[in-house]
Design a protein around this ligand. Structure first.
Ligand SMILES: C[S@@+](CC[C@H](N)C(=O)[O-])C[C@H]1O[C@@H](n2cnc3c(N)ncnc32)[C@H](O)[C@@H]1O
Length: 310
């Protein structure tokens, strides 16, 4: 796997880098209308065709649903269109973000901790199909199986590594990838680390019924020492490995958000979860590889972060 993305000449890579650096990042990445267009009738819609019955909703219902799904913290799904729209809009956001980031024509992309979630995979399939190389490193076997199942109909090929993302450097050489995506993965990394300390092996658990316990443990650990002894060290190791695996000029893209509903639950550490991108930003400042923040204007830096390896 050390060869992912290799084969591009140094000259091509320099040209791509120079183009990237020249382009100003001032235009908005998306509007709700654009996202909806991608999700309901555009490139993303093609990947979901007919699977979730969105045709039954009127334009107004779809727009209202999209506004609920895209609110941060995410609003309760009061309109029936919101639920089926969720996955599509997420894929649409990642599609437009990765388009904005300007990857090369045959990008090599790494997604640590994808679990069963496919917005990055769908986005890459939309933009590049089988021209992209995609690798994910993931512990939980059941969720990884779900991702493989979801991606079956796509042209994009998935390279799945079943291991701890802290071991990234044993699989990939430095400067292998054009982009690293961490889709809603910061909490997963912290939860997994804290659960490990409490004796839980998260490879074979049924994730969703167990998640509340993991989040409660994470909240307790955060109260105890701010995650200094467990949580932050693992996050730092993973981000450092990911940053090293990026080519100079490559981008590391993060998202994370909370749901209004969760913030009202007494066991949910809402303040911590609302601050996970700012927390990752702090950790990113302490890595061995220099990164600069290039989060496009218009993306809320509480919920999104884009870094570029210098
Ligand atoms: C619930 S899934 C979430 C997937 C996606 N990030 C999302 O939020 O939609 C969490 C995944 O992250 C994985 N994970 C967490 N920490 C990890 C680590 N240190 N190494 C590899 N995988 C990890 C888990 O095994 C699980 O498959």
């Amino acid at each position: 796997m050390g060869q992912v993305g290799d084969g591009r000449s140094q000259r091509e890579h320099r040209r791509w880098l120079a183009t990237n650096q020249r382009k100003a990042r001032r235009s908005p990445v998306w509007t709700t209308e654009q996202l909806l267009a991608e999700a309901v009738e555009g490139r993303v819609a093609e990947r979901f065709g007919g699977s979730d019955e969105l045709e039954q909703f009127s334009r107004d219902e779809l727009l209202e649903g999209a506004q609920q799904v895209l609110a941060r913290p995410q609003a309760a799904e009061r309109t029936p269109a919101a639920r089926p729209l969720g996955r599509r809009l997420l894929a649409a956001q990642w599609t437009l973000l990765l388009e904005h980031v300007e990857l090369p024509d045959n990008p090599a992309v790494l997604e640590p901790c994808a679990g069963g979630s496919d917005p990055v995979v769908v986005a890459l399939d939309v933009l590049f199909g089988d021209r992209a190389t995609y690798a994910t490193i993931n512990l939980n076997r059941k969720l990884a199986g779900e991702l493989m199942q979801r991606a079956k109909s796509l042209a994009l090929e998935i390279h799945l590594i079943e291991d701890d993302a802290q071991s990234l450097s044993t699989y990939f050489d430095d400067a292998t990838f054009d982009c690293v995506c961490l889709h809603h993965a910061v909490n997963d990394i912290l939860q997994t680390a804290v659960a490990g300390l409490r004796g839980m092996d998260t490879r074979d658990i049924d994730w969703w019924p167990t998640e509340r316990r993991m989040i409660e443990w994470l909240g307790e650990q955060h109260q105890e020492d701010g995650l200094a002894s467990v949580g932050l060290p693992e996050l730092k190791t993973i981000l450092d490995g990911a940053a090293r695996a990026l080519r100079p000029g490559g981008a590391m893209c993060f998202d994370h958000w909370t749901w209004e509903y969760h913030l009202g639950l007494d066991w949910f550490p809402g303040e911590l979860f609302n601050g996970l991108i700012p927390l990752a930003r702090e950790v990113a400042r302490s890595l061995s590889v220099p990164l600069e923040e290039i989060t496009p204007e218009g993306l809320d830096r509480q919920w999104w972060m884009v870094l570029r390896r210098r």
